[in-house]
Design a protein around this ligand. Sequence first.
Ligand code: ZN
Length: 44
Amino acid sequence: MAKDPVCGMEVDPKRAAGSRTHDHMTFFFCSQGCLKAFDSDSHR
Ligand SMILES: [Zn+2]
């Protein structure tokens, strides 16, 4: 299991809504909403 960095939920990488690689780490997201929140956050 991986941890969704936006909401802190445990996410199964096979069932994740999406993933992003940032600073050589891969993050998985429970939903499109969390994915978008991560994307807008990383633009700062
Ligand atoms: Zn989430």
